[in-house]
Structures are given as structure tokens and as C-alpha cells.
Write a protein that binds this ligand. Structure first.
Ligand code: HPA
Length: 246
């Protein structure tokens, strides 16, 4: 049984090197997950893989059924989630191609279903979220990333925006004042839903562009695509290394 799951983001809808054994579309009380869960082996270690944006990358960040995805992973016995995400870099150290393992989140998303604990008829419940990411998984990612040759930033604050448009320069400046070092559109509510269902969760963020106002000129989709292609290859290796020690 796979107790470790990888959630693949943009550019990682398939996990190279994963020996696929089977696929399963899980029915959940929250509707359909993004796609079937893939069960397979990565270097002989059993893992589950879920493509966040669907197997053909058609689900935009604001339409992802985060509750169904996380519930599905818990229902098959997953205890640890390694989430891969493409992000924009805000702080100087988070340059294109670098790998960031954030330790904090600020949620700027709106209108997403962000809890399993909806109250009535159940009792009111609150989870602690002081440290949103699991430290054991973070350390595994950091040490694996250190061996990859990529620039590694071992902490940071992930600002989760609603999208699907990229941010204005003023928004990024505000996020920077808030302490955000990277920006992406899928970090929340994914992280908090995993916490609510008692699964350890951490994020391997790949910087694929300079956030609005932080690079030269406007952000081109070509720049992002190139960043994704180069960065996700590195991310795959880092995930493989991290799974070995978890
Ligand atoms: N902003 C938000 N999400 C992103 C970005 C960005 O600049 N790059 C990749 N995902």
C-alpha cells in the first residue's frame, strides 16, 4: 500500500521513472478528484501519484476540487504528501530555476471550499496551522534538493493567489511587504485540507518566472513554459531522492 503521495503540478502531470501498476478513479463525498490516482513504484518504493490539474492539464487552479483530491488520497491510506508547484519568485534569492521549500503560507485566495469541517450537523472544529508544512518532509526535500545541483532556498513564505490571471505589480509589492517570497495559485487550500485530515504535507516549489515587477518587462507565457520545462526535470529528481528517505 502506498502511504506516500506525490501531487504533481503544472509540468508534472506524469512522473517519469514511475513504474505504473494501476489507476483508480476514487469516488468522494465532494465529487470527482482531478483524475484517477496512479499507483506505482518509484525505485521499487510504492507511491501514489495525482496530477493536480488533471491528466491533460485542463483544470485551472480556481476550479481544482481540492477537497476531493485530498479526501481521495486519505481514503487510500496516504499519510505523507509531497506537493510539487510552479511558482513566481518574489524575493531576490528566489531566482528562476531555484527550488524553494517554503515553511509558511499566506492565503489570498477567495471563494474556494477550504475546509472539511463545515460545522452542522458536525461539531465545530479548528486545526492548528502555525506550521503549515511538515518538517520531516521539508528536510527530506531540502537534503535531496541539495544534491541536485539546483539553487535551493530552504525556507520561504508561499503567497497563494486566486488566479487564473497573474498578479499586478502592486499586488506583488503588497505580498512582499507581507513577507511572501514566492507566489503560486494552488498552495491553498490544498495544504490546510491535508492538515485537517491529519496527513503530513510539504511543498517543493520550482521558480519558473520572476513575479510581476520583479523581472524585466511583463511576464511572457514563453518564459513560464521554459521555466517549467527546465525546473520540473529537476523537481522530479528531488522528489525521487526525498521519497527514498521518507
Ligand atoms: N504568479 C502566480 N502563480 C504563478 C506564477 C506567478 O507569477 N508563476 C507560476 N505560478
Amino acid at each position: 500500500m502506498a502511504t506516500i503521495a506525490i501531487i504533481g503540478g503544472t509540468g508534472l502531470a506524469r512522473m517519469e521513472g514511475l513504474e505504473i501498476k494501476s489507476r483508480e478513479m476514487i469516488k468522494t463525498p465532494y465529487g470527482a478528484p482531478s483524475c484517477p490516482i496512479i499507483y506505482g513504484e518509484l525505485n521499487k518504493l510504492p507511491i501514489a501519484f495525482l496530477a493536480r490539474h488533471g491528466s491533460t492539464h485542463k483544470i485551472p487552479p480556481h476550479r481544482i476540487n481540492y477537497c476531493a483530491n485530498i479526501w481521495a488520497l486519505q481514503s487510500i491510506g496516504v499519510k505523507k504528501i509531497l506537493a510539487v508547484a510552479a511558482v513566481g519568485g518574489i524575493s531576490k534569492e528566489c531566482t528562476n530555476g531555484s527550488i524553494v521549500v517554503p515553511d509558511q503560507i499566506i492565503d489570498y485566495t477567495t471563494g474556494r471550499k477550504n475546509t472539511f469541517f463545515d460545522g452542522m450537523p458536525d461539531e465545530v472544529r479548528h486545526v492548528d496551522f502555525s506550521y503549515p508544512y511538515d518538517d520531516e518532509i521539508r528536510q527530506a526535500l531540502i537534503s535531496s534538493a541539495g544534491k541536485s545541483g539546483a539553487g535551493v532556498v530552504d525556507h520561504g513564505t508561499y503567497g497563494a493567489t486566486q488566479g487564473p490571471h497573474l498578479e499586478t505589480i502592486a499586488e506583488i509589492n503588497r505580498m512582499e511587504r507581507d513577507g511572501c517570497t514566492i507566489v503560486g495559485m494552488t498552495g491553498m487550500p490544498e495544504a490546510v485540507l491535508a492538515r485537517e485530515l491529519d496527513m503530513a504535507y510539504a511543498c517543493c516549489a520550482v521558480v519558473v518566472n520572476a513575479a510581476a515587477g520583479k523581472g524585466a518587462g511583463v511576464i511572457s507565457m514563453e518564459e513560464i513554459s521554459q521555466g517549467i520545462e527546465a525546473g520540473m526535470h529537476t523537481a522530479r529528481g528531488i522528489i525521487e531522492g526525498a521519497v527514498k528517505v521518507l
